[in-house]
Ligand binder design. Structure first.
Ligand SMILES: Cc1cc2nc3c(=O)[nH]c(=O)nc-3n(C[C@H](O)[C@H](O)[C@H](O)COP(=O)(O)O)c2cc1C
Length: 313
Protein backbone atom coordinates (compact mmCIF):
# COMPACT_ATOMS: atom_id res chain seq x y z
CA UNK A 1 0.00 0.00 0.00
CA UNK A 2 1.42 3.41 -1.00
CA UNK A 3 1.16 6.25 1.51
CA UNK A 4 0.39 9.51 -0.30
CA UNK A 5 -0.50 11.49 2.82
CA UNK A 6 1.76 14.42 3.69
CA UNK A 7 2.34 16.77 6.62
CA UNK A 8 2.88 20.45 5.93
CA UNK A 9 4.06 21.28 9.43
CA UNK A 10 1.08 20.48 11.65
CA UNK A 11 -1.29 20.43 8.69
CA UNK A 12 -2.09 16.81 7.76
CA UNK A 13 -3.27 16.21 4.20
CA UNK A 14 -4.69 12.95 2.80
CA UNK A 15 -2.80 13.61 -0.42
CA UNK A 16 -0.51 16.40 -1.69
CA UNK A 17 -2.99 17.96 -4.15
CA UNK A 18 -4.48 21.30 -3.08
CA UNK A 19 -6.87 23.37 -5.21
CA UNK A 20 -5.10 26.72 -5.75
CA UNK A 21 -6.75 29.91 -4.57
CA UNK A 22 -8.84 31.71 -7.17
CA UNK A 23 -9.09 28.65 -9.41
CA UNK A 24 -11.63 26.64 -7.40
CA UNK A 25 -14.07 29.30 -6.19
CA UNK A 26 -15.04 28.75 -2.57
CA UNK A 27 -15.01 24.99 -3.18
CA UNK A 28 -18.78 24.58 -2.76
CA UNK A 29 -19.30 25.32 -6.48
CA UNK A 30 -17.73 21.90 -7.21
CA UNK A 31 -19.53 19.99 -4.45
CA UNK A 32 -22.03 18.28 -6.76
CA UNK A 33 -19.34 17.19 -9.21
CA UNK A 34 -16.54 16.10 -6.86
CA UNK A 35 -16.17 14.59 -3.40
CA UNK A 36 -14.43 17.57 -1.79
CA UNK A 37 -13.01 15.39 1.01
CA UNK A 38 -10.84 13.55 -1.56
CA UNK A 39 -8.76 16.65 -2.31
CA UNK A 40 -5.69 17.20 -0.16
CA UNK A 41 -7.16 20.62 0.64
CA UNK A 42 -8.94 23.56 -0.92
CA UNK A 43 -7.37 27.03 -0.82
CA UNK A 44 -10.43 29.23 -1.22
CA UNK A 45 -10.61 32.42 -3.29
CA UNK A 46 -8.70 35.28 -1.62
CA UNK A 47 -10.75 37.07 1.02
CA UNK A 48 -10.64 40.67 2.19
CA UNK A 49 -12.62 41.93 5.18
CA UNK A 50 -15.23 43.41 2.86
CA UNK A 51 -16.82 42.38 -0.43
CA UNK A 52 -15.00 43.49 -3.58
CA UNK A 53 -16.15 43.75 -7.16
CA UNK A 54 -12.76 43.27 -8.77
CA UNK A 55 -11.83 44.73 -12.16
CA UNK A 56 -14.23 45.16 -15.06
CA UNK A 57 -13.90 42.80 -18.09
CA UNK A 58 -11.75 41.76 -19.91
CA UNK A 59 -10.26 39.99 -16.92
CA UNK A 60 -8.91 36.80 -18.52
CA UNK A 61 -6.90 36.21 -21.71
CA UNK A 62 -5.60 32.92 -23.07
CA UNK A 63 -1.86 32.91 -23.88
CA UNK A 64 0.49 30.27 -25.32
CA UNK A 65 0.58 27.48 -22.71
CA UNK A 66 -1.06 29.65 -20.09
CA UNK A 67 -3.52 32.32 -19.12
CA UNK A 68 -3.33 35.92 -18.08
CA UNK A 69 -5.75 37.18 -15.45
CA UNK A 70 -6.52 40.42 -13.69
CA UNK A 71 -9.59 39.54 -11.65
CA UNK A 72 -8.64 42.12 -9.02
CA UNK A 73 -9.58 39.89 -6.09
CA UNK A 74 -13.32 39.94 -6.54
CA UNK A 75 -14.81 38.32 -3.47
CA UNK A 76 -17.64 38.08 -0.96
CA UNK A 77 -15.60 39.14 2.07
CA UNK A 78 -14.78 37.15 5.17
CA UNK A 79 -18.14 37.43 6.97
CA UNK A 80 -20.23 36.14 4.08
CA UNK A 81 -17.68 33.37 3.52
CA UNK A 82 -18.08 32.23 7.12
CA UNK A 83 -21.88 32.32 7.09
CA UNK A 84 -22.62 31.21 3.49
CA UNK A 85 -19.80 28.91 2.37
CA UNK A 86 -18.00 27.44 5.35
CA UNK A 87 -20.94 25.41 6.74
CA UNK A 88 -21.19 23.40 3.52
CA UNK A 89 -17.42 22.97 3.26
CA UNK A 90 -17.50 21.58 6.80
CA UNK A 91 -20.42 19.31 6.04
CA UNK A 92 -18.58 17.97 2.97
CA UNK A 93 -15.52 17.34 5.17
CA UNK A 94 -13.24 19.47 3.00
CA UNK A 95 -9.83 20.49 4.34
CA UNK A 96 -10.05 24.27 4.08
CA UNK A 97 -7.16 26.70 3.72
CA UNK A 98 -8.36 30.30 3.76
CA UNK A 99 -6.41 32.65 1.50
CA UNK A 100 -6.48 36.16 2.97
CA UNK A 101 -5.49 39.51 1.55
CA UNK A 102 -5.29 42.93 3.13
CA UNK A 103 -4.77 46.50 2.01
CA UNK A 104 -2.99 47.15 5.29
CA UNK A 105 -1.14 45.09 7.87
CA UNK A 106 -4.03 45.63 10.29
CA UNK A 107 -6.45 44.09 7.81
CA UNK A 108 -4.40 40.86 7.68
CA UNK A 109 -4.36 40.79 11.47
CA UNK A 110 -8.10 41.42 11.72
CA UNK A 111 -8.84 38.70 9.17
CA UNK A 112 -6.61 36.26 11.04
CA UNK A 113 -8.35 37.07 14.34
CA UNK A 114 -11.82 36.59 12.87
CA UNK A 115 -10.90 33.30 11.18
CA UNK A 116 -9.15 31.94 14.28
CA UNK A 117 -12.47 32.04 16.15
CA UNK A 118 -14.13 29.86 13.53
CA UNK A 119 -14.39 26.06 13.68
CA UNK A 120 -13.13 23.82 10.93
CA UNK A 121 -10.30 25.70 9.24
CA UNK A 122 -6.99 23.98 8.52
CA UNK A 123 -4.67 26.93 7.81
CA UNK A 124 -4.31 30.53 6.69
CA UNK A 125 -2.56 31.30 3.43
CA UNK A 126 -1.42 34.94 3.36
CA UNK A 127 -1.72 36.34 -0.13
CA UNK A 128 1.09 38.90 -0.15
CA UNK A 129 1.68 38.30 -3.82
CA UNK A 130 -1.35 39.21 -5.96
CA UNK A 131 -0.04 41.28 -8.89
CA UNK A 132 -3.51 42.59 -9.77
CA UNK A 133 -4.26 45.07 -7.00
CA UNK A 134 -2.63 48.38 -6.29
CA UNK A 135 -2.91 48.59 -2.53
CA UNK A 136 -1.51 46.14 0.03
CA UNK A 137 -0.90 42.53 -0.98
CA UNK A 138 2.13 42.42 -3.23
CA UNK A 139 3.54 45.61 -1.70
CA UNK A 140 4.23 43.48 1.38
CA UNK A 141 5.37 40.51 -0.69
CA UNK A 142 7.95 42.53 -2.67
CA UNK A 143 9.67 43.85 0.45
CA UNK A 144 11.63 41.65 2.85
CA UNK A 145 10.57 43.84 5.78
CA UNK A 146 6.96 43.83 4.60
CA UNK A 147 6.96 40.04 4.35
CA UNK A 148 8.50 39.69 7.80
CA UNK A 149 6.10 42.20 9.37
CA UNK A 150 2.88 40.67 7.99
CA UNK A 151 3.87 37.12 8.92
CA UNK A 152 5.09 38.19 12.34
CA UNK A 153 1.91 40.15 13.08
CA UNK A 154 -0.43 37.37 11.93
CA UNK A 155 1.63 34.71 13.74
CA UNK A 156 1.00 36.53 17.04
CA UNK A 157 -2.81 36.42 16.78
CA UNK A 158 -3.58 32.96 15.43
CA UNK A 159 -3.01 29.35 16.46
CA UNK A 160 -3.70 28.27 12.85
CA UNK A 161 -0.78 27.32 10.59
CA UNK A 162 0.40 30.48 8.77
CA UNK A 163 1.47 30.02 5.16
CA UNK A 164 2.58 33.17 3.32
CA UNK A 165 2.22 32.86 -0.45
CA UNK A 166 5.26 34.29 -2.19
CA UNK A 167 5.46 36.26 -5.40
CA UNK A 168 7.81 35.21 -8.19
CA UNK A 169 8.11 38.89 -9.19
CA UNK A 170 11.32 39.39 -7.20
CA UNK A 171 14.97 38.73 -7.98
CA UNK A 172 15.72 36.32 -5.13
CA UNK A 173 12.62 34.47 -3.96
CA UNK A 174 14.59 32.40 -1.45
CA UNK A 175 15.40 35.49 0.63
CA UNK A 176 11.63 36.07 0.95
CA UNK A 177 11.14 32.48 2.07
CA UNK A 178 13.80 33.11 4.71
CA UNK A 179 12.13 36.32 5.88
CA UNK A 180 8.87 34.36 6.23
CA UNK A 181 10.60 31.58 8.14
CA UNK A 182 12.33 34.07 10.47
CA UNK A 183 8.94 35.67 11.19
CA UNK A 184 7.44 32.35 12.30
CA UNK A 185 5.72 31.01 9.18
CA UNK A 186 4.78 27.33 9.38
CA UNK A 187 5.34 26.88 5.63
CA UNK A 188 5.56 28.96 2.47
CA UNK A 189 3.60 28.51 -0.72
CA UNK A 190 4.92 29.59 -4.11
CA UNK A 191 4.43 30.82 -6.74
CA UNK A 192 1.67 33.31 -7.37
CA UNK A 193 1.31 34.57 -10.95
CA UNK A 194 4.00 36.38 -12.98
CA UNK A 195 3.32 39.99 -13.87
CA UNK A 196 2.65 40.04 -17.61
CA UNK A 197 0.65 41.71 -20.39
CA UNK A 198 -0.88 41.04 -23.79
CA UNK A 199 -1.71 43.55 -26.53
CA UNK A 200 -4.29 43.43 -29.32
CA UNK A 201 -2.19 44.69 -32.22
CA UNK A 202 -5.23 45.54 -34.36
CA UNK A 203 -6.55 48.05 -31.83
CA UNK A 204 -3.19 48.62 -30.07
CA UNK A 205 -5.04 48.22 -26.81
CA UNK A 206 -4.07 46.05 -23.87
CA UNK A 207 -6.20 42.90 -23.81
CA UNK A 208 -6.91 43.27 -20.08
CA UNK A 209 -8.89 46.16 -18.63
CA UNK A 210 -6.24 46.41 -15.92
CA UNK A 211 -3.55 46.67 -18.66
CA UNK A 212 -1.31 44.16 -16.85
CA UNK A 213 -2.17 40.86 -15.22
CA UNK A 214 -0.75 37.65 -13.81
CA UNK A 215 0.47 34.76 -15.96
CA UNK A 216 -0.26 31.19 -14.85
CA UNK A 217 -0.35 27.72 -16.40
CA UNK A 218 2.28 25.43 -17.98
CA UNK A 219 4.23 28.41 -19.37
CA UNK A 220 5.48 29.28 -15.88
CA UNK A 221 6.21 25.78 -14.58
CA UNK A 222 9.98 25.53 -15.16
CA UNK A 223 10.50 28.90 -13.47
CA UNK A 224 8.32 27.88 -10.53
CA UNK A 225 10.18 24.56 -10.14
CA UNK A 226 13.48 26.45 -10.06
CA UNK A 227 12.12 28.77 -7.37
CA UNK A 228 10.95 25.87 -5.21
CA UNK A 229 14.38 24.27 -5.58
CA UNK A 230 16.09 27.51 -4.48
CA UNK A 231 13.78 27.91 -1.48
CA UNK A 232 14.30 24.26 -0.44
CA UNK A 233 18.04 24.92 -0.22
CA UNK A 234 17.46 28.02 1.91
CA UNK A 235 14.70 27.28 4.45
CA UNK A 236 13.76 24.38 6.70
CA UNK A 237 9.99 24.96 6.80
CA UNK A 238 7.83 22.97 4.36
CA UNK A 239 7.12 24.35 0.90
CA UNK A 240 3.88 24.13 -1.06
CA UNK A 241 4.77 24.38 -4.74
CA UNK A 242 2.65 25.46 -7.67
CA UNK A 243 2.75 26.88 -11.16
CA UNK A 244 1.48 25.11 -14.24
CA UNK A 245 0.91 21.66 -12.76
CA UNK A 246 -1.32 19.67 -15.10
CA UNK A 247 -0.26 16.06 -14.44
CA UNK A 248 1.19 13.81 -11.74
CA UNK A 249 4.56 14.04 -13.44
CA UNK A 250 4.44 17.86 -13.27
CA UNK A 251 3.61 17.62 -9.57
CA UNK A 252 6.48 15.19 -9.01
CA UNK A 253 8.92 17.74 -10.44
CA UNK A 254 7.93 20.12 -7.63
CA UNK A 255 8.03 17.37 -4.98
CA UNK A 256 11.46 16.13 -6.05
CA UNK A 257 12.66 19.76 -6.14
CA UNK A 258 11.55 20.11 -2.51
CA UNK A 259 7.80 20.75 -2.22
CA UNK A 260 5.94 18.76 0.43
CA UNK A 261 2.58 19.46 -1.23
CA UNK A 262 1.45 21.16 -4.43
CA UNK A 263 -1.39 23.35 -5.64
CA UNK A 264 -3.18 23.10 -8.96
CA UNK A 265 -4.87 26.17 -10.40
CA UNK A 266 -5.19 26.82 -14.14
CA UNK A 267 -5.34 23.10 -15.02
CA UNK A 268 -8.60 22.84 -13.06
CA UNK A 269 -10.21 25.24 -15.55
CA UNK A 270 -9.21 22.89 -18.37
CA UNK A 271 -10.23 19.68 -16.58
CA UNK A 272 -12.26 19.93 -13.35
CA UNK A 273 -11.88 16.16 -12.95
CA UNK A 274 -8.11 16.30 -12.88
CA UNK A 275 -7.94 15.43 -9.16
CA UNK A 276 -8.54 11.66 -9.48
CA UNK A 277 -6.08 11.50 -12.39
CA UNK A 278 -3.39 13.23 -10.33
CA UNK A 279 -3.81 10.74 -7.49
CA UNK A 280 -3.74 7.68 -9.75
CA UNK A 281 -0.76 9.04 -11.70
CA UNK A 282 1.11 9.57 -8.45
CA UNK A 283 0.31 6.05 -7.22
CA UNK A 284 1.46 4.64 -10.57
CA UNK A 285 4.80 6.43 -10.23
CA UNK A 286 5.23 5.19 -6.65
CA UNK A 287 4.51 1.60 -7.80
CA UNK A 288 6.99 1.85 -10.67
CA UNK A 289 9.71 3.29 -8.43
CA UNK A 290 8.77 1.27 -5.35
CA UNK A 291 8.27 4.35 -3.17
CA UNK A 292 6.35 3.41 0.00
CA UNK A 293 5.74 6.93 1.33
CA UNK A 294 5.43 10.05 -0.78
CA UNK A 295 7.13 12.10 1.93
CA UNK A 296 10.31 10.08 1.26
CA UNK A 297 10.49 11.66 -2.21
CA UNK A 298 10.42 15.29 -1.08
CA UNK A 299 13.60 17.13 -2.08
CA UNK A 300 15.32 14.01 -3.42
CA UNK A 301 16.66 15.68 -6.55
CA UNK A 302 20.10 14.32 -7.39
CA UNK A 303 22.24 17.07 -8.87
CA UNK A 304 25.63 15.44 -8.20
CA UNK A 305 26.35 14.16 -11.72
CA UNK A 306 25.22 17.47 -13.27
CA UNK A 307 27.39 19.50 -10.93
CA UNK A 308 30.45 17.42 -11.92
CA UNK A 309 29.64 17.88 -15.60
CA UNK A 310 29.25 21.57 -15.10
CA UNK A 311 32.52 21.97 -13.24
CA UNK A 312 34.51 19.97 -15.84
CA UNK A 313 33.12 21.77 -18.88
C1 LIG B 1 -8.14 33.39 -12.30
C2 LIG B 1 -7.13 33.30 -11.18
C3 LIG B 1 -7.43 33.83 -9.92
C4 LIG B 1 -6.50 33.76 -8.88
N1 LIG B 1 -6.82 34.26 -7.64
C5 LIG B 1 -5.95 34.11 -6.62
C6 LIG B 1 -6.30 34.56 -5.31
O1 LIG B 1 -7.41 35.02 -5.04
N2 LIG B 1 -5.35 34.43 -4.31
C7 LIG B 1 -4.11 33.88 -4.56
O2 LIG B 1 -3.29 33.79 -3.65
N3 LIG B 1 -3.77 33.42 -5.79
C8 LIG B 1 -4.66 33.53 -6.82
N4 LIG B 1 -4.32 33.06 -8.06
C9 LIG B 1 -3.00 32.42 -8.28
C10 LIG B 1 -3.09 30.89 -8.20
O3 LIG B 1 -3.55 30.46 -6.94
C11 LIG B 1 -1.72 30.24 -8.50
O4 LIG B 1 -0.78 30.72 -7.57
C12 LIG B 1 -1.21 30.54 -9.90
O5 LIG B 1 -2.27 30.56 -10.83
C13 LIG B 1 -0.16 29.53 -10.38
O6 LIG B 1 -0.68 28.21 -10.41
P1 LIG B 1 -1.30 27.55 -11.76
O7 LIG B 1 -0.30 27.77 -12.86
O8 LIG B 1 -1.52 26.09 -11.41
O9 LIG B 1 -2.59 28.25 -12.03
C14 LIG B 1 -5.24 33.14 -9.11
C15 LIG B 1 -4.95 32.60 -10.38
C16 LIG B 1 -5.87 32.67 -11.41
C17 LIG B 1 -5.52 32.05 -12.75
Amino acid sequence: MRDISVHVGSLALANPFIAASGCFGYGVEYANALDLSTLGAIAVKGLFLKEREGHPPERVVETPAGMLNAIGLQGIGVHRFISEKLPELRQRRATVIVNICGSTLDEYVELARILSDVEGLAALELNISCPNIKEGGITFGCSLHGTFDVVNAVRKVTPLPVIPKLTPNVTDVASFARAAEDAGADAVSLVNTFLAMAIDVETRRPRLSNIVGGLSGPAIRPIAVRMVYECRRTVKIPIIGMGGIASASDALEFIIAGATAVQVGTANFVDPFIWGKLVSGLRGYMDRHDVARLSDLVGTIDTSSREKQWISS
